[in-house]
Design a protein around this ligand. Structure first.
Ligand SMILES: [Mn+2]
Length: 573
């Protein structure tokens, strides 16, 4: 892999990392290290909120039923939880509606609208969807439903113009996730305490929906994580009776915290320490998403909304079990997928009847990562098939897919990830066309972007603490990637059945000044998935390492550790 070190602009590492993240002015630095939602007040005042809120209050007055129409992913579920909880707190009659991924697909559908109309609804508020549903908006109108759309996706295009649905009100912003848009709608109608509490759902959604964790996104996550962690600490100091009791209204009639389900989900998943972007992205998010992938996402929403500890336990277990099944299915599909791959091809278009539509995105993602090629995985159906695509830098996959709209039913997404559906009989020709078109596209080599070079003796806890100020990490603000040149390694071995590589790094050994340091101040290094390297390296060898610097707290440890991303064996640079 090619390495690219960001141009050195400052001798101070913190300053350099800020520059790499586009943070320059004092005001931007302040907003980065002390993110506050109130710094972005104008972004929160999305046009349409006033009109929508008026209609919501009218519905409450008239006792009309409001439907919160969500989505089956973590953002859609969190957005529905925000609005459901917010609306119930002000006395609205409200029911959630989450479409079934395979039966209904993404977004509001005519079937869904008909069904909520039949249940007696007068107002439908979409969350995390609806902005591309111009036809469905017309249908809603014909049913006499007042449709309020809240969304952060892009509207559909027709004849090179954005096609805005004809709805009662539209609250649309691309600056935040769907749950955040929902929060903006409701925050002025509800008590401050509750609006603050709901920020934990906004934080989860922002991370799971892969919004950049800079600016407003960072502020939402940072404030939301505070709420999430505060509630957790409180609950952990209580016994189970108190936990059960807190679900009952307190004597003053004031609502207690409503995140019982989250707490139990977190307990169930075995997270011990505080919740950060890692725990949300890799432990909580996948569990919330699993239901929508394999069963029905309404159970994830039920967990976030329930006040019954017994029910919460049952649902948390269901989410965890479904996630295990999802993992197994993904692994199986991955093994099958790898057998279908011809490494000579520049794009991998793979398909099977055995893959559920809920996991093809994960399969495409993993293969794309492993082979560094664009990947399209298709779940083959009787008549209609669903595809999911993941791409690499330099190849705009949605553009590539849309070139074949003549044989597609629909397609949507971004340059890096997209989804589509097509008639099963068209798969072969679709595959052939993509394999041909990709041959004429210019190639970009994969580059490992490095934040800065650090010398060996800087690798200590002080540096780790400085880097921790950059948390929460995520899109736009990834964990700093550092390079240290000419380090001597020793104690090379593999762990995890030969999958991962472990070794020790002597920080003070510089190639020229052969000052050998022994075991005691050697730093542990782990390279996940690089077990094969064990045969290429030998003790005493001098290398260049690209890595994340981390504190290893595993098994009560508290040690500096390098999480190695790449190894350079020819340290001439
Ligand atoms: Mn979303």
């Amino acid at each position: 892999m090619k390495w690219k070190i960001a141009p050195r602009k400052s001798d101070n590492l913190v300053e350099q990392l800020l520059i790499n993240r586009g943070i320059k002015t004092e005001k931007e630095k302040e907003q980065f290290f002390h993110p506050k939602i109130s710094d972005f007040a104008s972004d929160l005042q999305i046009p349409g909120i006033k009109r929508a809120n008026k209609r919501i209050l009218q519905a409450i007055e008239r006792g009309e039923l409001i439907i919160v129409y969500g989505d089956y992913d973590a953002d859609g579920i969190c957005a529905a939880a925000v609005l459901y909880k917010g609306l119930t707190s002000i006395g609205a009659k409200v029911l959630p509606y989450i479409p079934h991924r395979e039966k209904e697909g993404y977004g509001i559908s005519n079937i869904g609208l008909q069904s909520v109309k039949n249940s007696g609804a007068a107002v439908v508020v979409t969350v995390d969807n609806g902005i591309a549903a111009a036809d469905q908006a017309i249908f809603a109108k014909s049913l006499g439903l007042d449709l309020i759309i809240t969304d952060h996706h892009m509207p559909a295009e027709r004849k090179n113009k954005l096609l805005w649905p004809d709805a009662y009100a539209i609250i649309h912003s691309t600056k935040m996730c769907g749950a955040a848009v929902a929060w903006c709608l409701i925050r002025d109608l509800i008590k401050k305490e509750l609006s603050n509490e709901l920020l934990q759902f906004v934080a989860i959604a922002t991370i799971c929906d892969l919004l950049p964790l800079l600016g407003l996104g960072r502020a939402f996550v940072s404030e939301g994580l505070k709420v999430l962690n505060k509630d957790l600490l409180r609950s952990r100091s209580e016994d189970s009776i108190a936990l059960a009791r807190r679900t009952l209204p307190s004597p003053s009639g004031e609502r207690k915290t409503t995140n019982l389900g989250l707490q139990i989900l977190i307990e169930e998943s075995g997270i011990k320490g505080p919740i950060g972007s890692y725990e949300i992205g890799y432990i909580i998010g996948p569990r919330l998403n699993a239901m929508g992938r394999l069963e029905h996402a309404i159970d994830s929403l039920r967990l976030l909304c329930t006040k019954d500890p017994v029910k919460a336990k049952r649902l948390a277990k269901l989410l965890a079990d479904t996630n295990v099944t999802r993992q197994k299915m993904t692994m199986e599909a991955l093994e099958q997928a790898k057998l279908l791959i011809d490494k000579q091809k520049k794009i991998h278009v793979i398909f099977s009847k055995d893959w559920s539509a809920g996991i093809i995105g994960l399969v495409a993602g993993r293969i794309c990562e492993e082979y560094s090629r664009p990947v399209i995985a298709i779940s083959v159906g009787e008549e209609i098939s669903k595809g999911s695509a993941r791409s690499i830098d330099g190849i705009n996959i949605i553009e590539l897919i849309r070139k074949h709209s003549d044989i597609l039913i629909d397609a949507g997404g971004h340059p890096g990830a997209a989804g589509f559906s097509l008639l099963s009989k068209h798969i072969e020709v679709f595959k052939k066309r993509l394999e041909e078109i990709i041959l004429v596209l210019p190639e970009e080599k994969k580059v490992l972007e490095i934040d800065a070079e650090v010398i060996g003796k800087q690798l200590n806890k002080t540096l780790i603490h400085e880097l921790q100020r950059f948390e929460p990490f995520g899109l736009g603000n990834r964990r700093p990637v550092l390079v240290t040149k000419n380090v001597q390694i020793s104690d090379i071995r593999t762990v995890g059945d030969g999958k991962h590589l472990k070794f020790k790094v002597s920080p003070s050994v510089i190639l020229s000044g052969a000052q050998r340091s022994e075991g005691s101040n050697a730093i542990d290094a782990i390279a996940f998935g690089m077990g094969d390297w064990v045969n290429l390296l030998k003790s005493g060898q001098v290398l260049n390492l690209v890595y994340n610097l981390e504190l290893d707290t595993y098994n009560g440890n508290d040690k500096v550790q390098l999480k190695v991303k790449d190894i350079g064996v020819n340290p001439s640079a």
